[in-house]
Design a protein around this ligand. Structure first.
Ligand code: UTP
Length: 312
């Protein structure tokens, strides 16, 4: 194990995972169930998030929940009755599917009473974080195919070694799509070609106004300083307290904020809208070790049929 992995597992053990949003862009699927519990191939999205965090050294996760979110708590609880039934039926393969219950992670829950934006959701975790740095991982975003990402570990190493106040994961997006993302204004010169100093953040800029094509990718590491910033910012026009505004305030106060680009081939899968959700589901299903090959054959056949019909 390299020195850098010791850093992050020693220092950054806590993560806040906000899951309280309404998920209106996925209605009616999200009318009575959390978008974070929608399946992508075999697992609910939030399980990928928890597994990724555990693999990156996180040992306690605080979910910021809200109304209609109790299925998230149920999912991470062990279910002795189900285990007993599967054991007595000798269903080893199915028991294996429940092994995520044995992750070395403690799950805690608190409620955001009103959905007042991501900044407000993170503020709900202030007592949990205490004086320690912590990860924020959006509950509707998966990093890497089947959540194989180690970016949070890398971010944690940089947070410690560069004495940063905040490290943000970013990914390159096509410049014509910047209006869908928080975009960073960054300068090079942080040593590594994938690491930048953040000078400012712009929420959903038009392409001609975008300072770069580096979009915030749903993972952050913060010093507890962020809570003061969140308290000090004013809500936006919709009455929401935006996390990006609080980070911008950190920039303005001269704090060291770094951005780390996801490694080549590692994508951020945001399942908050239908096109992206459908695409993510198909990509994960195609990569399924058991069902992927069969699914690929069915999909190819389906596409050929559709093409043939369209040509008639
Ligand atoms: P989004 O802005 O994508 O979620 O927040 P949303 O508000 O549920 O989406 P729409 O626009 O209505 O479809 C990203 C993450 O932050 C959480 C969400 O649950 C999601 O995981 N969030 C957002 C909160 O926990 N609280 C909030 O007030 C807002």
């Amino acid at each position: 194990m390299g020195k850098s992995s010791v850093y992050n597992s020693d220092v950054i053990r806590s993560a806040i995972v906000p899951v309280a949003g309404y998920g209106t862009r996925l209605l009616p699927a999200t009318k009575s169930q959390p978008k974070e519990m929608l399946p992508v191939a075999r697992k609910p999205i939030v399980q990928y998030v928890a597994e990724e965090l555990a693999a990156n050294g996180v040992r306690q996760i605080l979910f910021i929940t809200g109304r209609n979110k109790s299925s998230i708590e149920n999912h991470f609880d062990s279910d002795p009755e189900l285990l007993r039934i599967l054991k007595s039926a000798n269903k080893r393969d199915l028991l294996q599917e429940l092994e995520f219950e044995d992750l070395e992670v403690k799950y805690l829950y608190t409620r955001q009473r009103q959905q007042m934006g991501l900044g407000d959701a993170v503020l709900c975790g202030e007592n949990f974080a205490g004086e320690e740095p912590f990860v924020v991982a959006l509950g509707d975003s998966i990093l890497g195919l089947h959540a194989q990402s180690r970016s949070v570990s890398r971010m944690a190493d940089l947070f410690v070694s560069r004495r940063a106040s905040c490290v943000i994961a970013v990914e390159e997006v096509p410049i014509e799509e910047t209006r869908h993302y928080g975009i960073v204004h960054a300068s090079d010169g942080e040593g590594d070609s994938d690491t930048y100093r953040v000078l400012n953040l712009i929420e959903k800029p038009r392409p001609e106004e975008a300072p770069s094509n580096l979009a915030i990718a749903g993972r952050y590491i913060f010093s507890p300083l962020i809570f003061d910033m969140i308290r000090r910012i004013t809500p936006d026009a919709r009455g929401e307290i935006q996390l990006t505004d609080a980070i911008r305030m950190m920039c303005e106060e001269g704090k060291r904020i770094l951005a780390v680009k996801l490694p080549p081939g590692e994508k951020r899968y945001d399942i908050g809208n239908f096109p992206s959700y459908f695409e993510t589901f198909v990509e994960f299903a195609l990569a399924d070790p058991v069902y992927g090959a069969g699914f690929r054959t069915s999909l190819e056949r389906l596409l050929e049929d559709k093409t043939r019909q369209a040509l008639k």
